[in-house]
Design a protein around this ligand. Structure first.
Ligand code: GDP
Length: 433
C-alpha cells in the first residue's frame, strides 16, 4: 500500500493524531512515559483507500543533539513515503526544530500537508495563520484529541496518495504467509510439495496454454496454513524441464516477487551447480526471507557428503545466515523441520531494532573498532536508524564514505549481535558534510 508519513517534534501530538486515524483498524499503542516508541507502521484506511501510516515516534535526547536526530529520522521516513503530514504545535507555532524539518521537506518534493495541532478554538487561529510563513501551503487546524479538523486533513493527504494498484514492488501483506519453493529442474520441488501437502494426490492442471495466473496451493505445516505461490509451474515440470534456463529464472523471479519467504531447494546427489547458485542469488537479491533445503538426503553416502559440505562452504558460504534443512522428499524424512525454519526466517525478516539499541550497538562498535584513517580523514558514524523491515534496512549517517571492508564488518557485527538468521539485511549511508 502507499505510505503516509507523520513527522514532527515530540509532544506536538503525532501519536494522538495517528491513533485517531487508525482508531477503527487496530489496537492503540499506548505511550509509556520515558519509553521510546520509535518508528512504527500501521495499516489505515480513509475514503476507501488503504494505506500505511509511518509514525516517527519519540526520540531519545543524547549528546549529539536532538535537533539533528529529529530531522534525520524524519528524513528517512519521508524518503519512504508517498505523502507527508507534518505536525506542528498550533499553540506554540513553528520552532527552530520545525524549521529544520521544513527545509528538509522542501528538498524532497513530496506532497506535504501541514497540520497545526491542539487548536480547539477560534481564538487560536492567529497562531495558525502565522504558519503560512513556513511556505508549506495552507495549514490545517486540527485537534487530534477531539477529532476536529482531522477529516479535512486526511481528505487532502489521502487524495495525494497513489492508488494501491500503481504501487509496485511491495510485499503483499495479510492472509497465509507466502512461500516460493524454487530450485532448478529435478531437485525435487514437485515431490517435496506432494509430501508436504500430505498425500500424492492428483492435482488437476489448468488446461495447457490457457493459464494466465499461476496457481497457488495452501499447505498445512506446523499447525499453520502457508500459501505456496506459483505451484502450477512446479506441477507442469515435464514441460518446463525442456524450457530454457532464461524462462525458468523468470518464473523463479515471479514466484519470489509474490512471496515473503523463499525455500531454495538443492539436491545433494549431484554437485552444486552454477544454476543452483544463481537461484540462491536471485532469492537473496529479492529481499525475501530465506531457507535453504538440501533434498535427496537418502541418496547421500559418506564420500558424497564430504564433497557436499565443501561445496556448500565454497559456493554458498556467503549465505551461511540462512537456516539449512536437510530433507528427503521421497521418504518424508525431516519434512517437519521446514516449518520452524520458515518461522525463524520470517520472524527475523520482520525484525526492527529500536533506534536506542541500534545506536548503543554502534557506539560500542565504533569505540572499540574505529574506522581506519584514510588520507588524513576518519569518517565518523553520527547515528543509525532502521527505517524499515521485511527485510531489515539500516541507514547510517556518517561524516564520510565508509570503506567497503568496514561496512562488511558492521554487517557481520550486526548479525552477531542481533538475530538475523534467515534474512538479508541492507545498510546504506547518508554522508553529511
Ligand atoms: P522438480 O523438477 O524439482 O519438481 O523435481 P521432481 O519432484 O520432479 O523430482 C525429480 C526426480 O527426483 C524424480 O524422479 C523424483 O522421484 C526424484 N526425487 C525427488 N526427491 C527425492 C528424494 O528425496 N530422494 C530421492 N531418492 N529421489 C527424489
Amino acid at each position: 500500500p502507499p505510505v503516509l508519513a507523520i513527522v514532527g517534534r515530540p509532544n506536538v501530538g503525532k501519536s494522538t493524531l495517528v491513533n485517531r486515524i487508525i482508531r477503527s483498524k487496530q489496537a492503540v499503542v499506548e505511550d509509556v512515559p520515558g519509553v521510546t516508541r520509535d518508528r512504527v507502521s500501521y495499516d489505515a484506511e480513509w475514503n476507501g483507500k488503504d494505506f500505511s501510516i509511518v509514525d516517527t515516534g519519540g526520540w531519545e535526547q543524547d549528546a549529539r543533539g536532538i535537533h539533528r536526530q529529529v530531522a534525520d529520522q524524519a528524513e528517512v521516513a519521508v524518503d519512504e513515503a508517498d505523502a507527508v503530514i507534518f505536525v506542528v504545535d498550533g499553540l506554540v507555532g513553528a520552532t527552530a526544530v520545525d524549521e529544520a524539518v521544513v527545509r528538509m521537506l522542501r528538498r524532497k518534493k513530496k506532497p506535504v500537508f501541514l497540520a497545526a495541532n491542539k487548536v480547539d478554538s477560534e481564538a487560536q487561529m492567529a497562531e495558525v495563520y502565522a504558519l503560512w510563513n513556513l511556505g508549506l501551503g495552507e495549514p490545517y487546524p486540527v485537534s487530534a484529541l477531539h477529532g476536529t479538523g482531522t477529516g479535512d486533513l486526511l481528505d487532502a493527504a489521502v487524495k495525494a496518495l497513489p492508488d494501491t494498484a500503481q504501487h509496485g514492488g511491495l510485499v503483499p501483506r495479510g492472509g497465509p504467509r507466502r512461500v516460493a519453493l524454487v530450485g532448478r529442474p529435478n531437485v525435487g520441488k514437485s515431490s517435496l510439495l506432494n509430501k508436504l501437502a500430505g498425500s500424492e494426490r492428483v492435482v488437476v492442471d489448468d488446461v495447457a496454454g490457457t493459464t494466465r495466473d499461476p496457481v497457488d496451493e495452501l499447505v498445512e505445516l506446523g499447525g499453520e496454513t502457508w500459501r505456496f505461490v506459483d505451484t502450477a509451474g512446479i506441477r507442469r515440470r515435464q514441460h518446463m524441464a525442456q524450457g530454457s534456463e532464461y524462462y525458468a529464472m523468470l518464473r523463479t523471479q515471479r514466484a519470489l516477487d509474490k512471496a515473503e519467504v523463499a525455500v531454495v531447494l538443492l539436491a545433494v546427489d549431484e554437485p552444486i551447480s552454477e544454476q543452483d547458485v544463481r537461484i540462491v542469488q536471485l532469492a537473496v537479491d529479492s529481499g525475501r526471507a530465506l531457507v535453504i533445503a538440501y533434498n535427496k538426503w537418502d541418496l547421500l553416502d559418506d564420500e558424497r557428503r564430504y564433497y557436499l559440505e565443501r561445496e556448500i562452504q565454497r559456493d554458498l558460504g556467503h549465505v551461511s545466515w540462512a537456516p539449512r534443512v536437510n530433507v528427503s522428499a521421497q521418504t518424508g524424512w525431516h519434512k517437519d523441520r521446514l516449518a520452524p525454519a520458515l518461522e525463524t526466517s520470517l520472524t527475523n525478516w520482520g525484525q526492527r531494532i529500536p533506534t536506542g539499541r541500534l545506536n548503543a550497538f554502534l557506539g560500542e562498535l565504533v569505540a572499540a573498532h574505529p574506522h581506519p584513517v584514510r588520507g588524513g580523514k576518519q569518517p565518523r558514524i553520527l547515528f543509525g536508524t532502521q527505517p524499515s523491515s521485511r527485510p531489515p534496512k539500516f541507514v547510517l549517517f556518517t561524516t564520510g564514505f565508509l570503506d567497503p571492508g568496514y561496512r562488511r564488518f558492521i554487517m557481520r557485527r550486526l548479525r552477531e549481535t542481533f538475530d538475523f538468521t534467515g534474512t538479508p539485511i541492507e545498510i546504506s549511508m547518508r554522508v553529511r558534510e
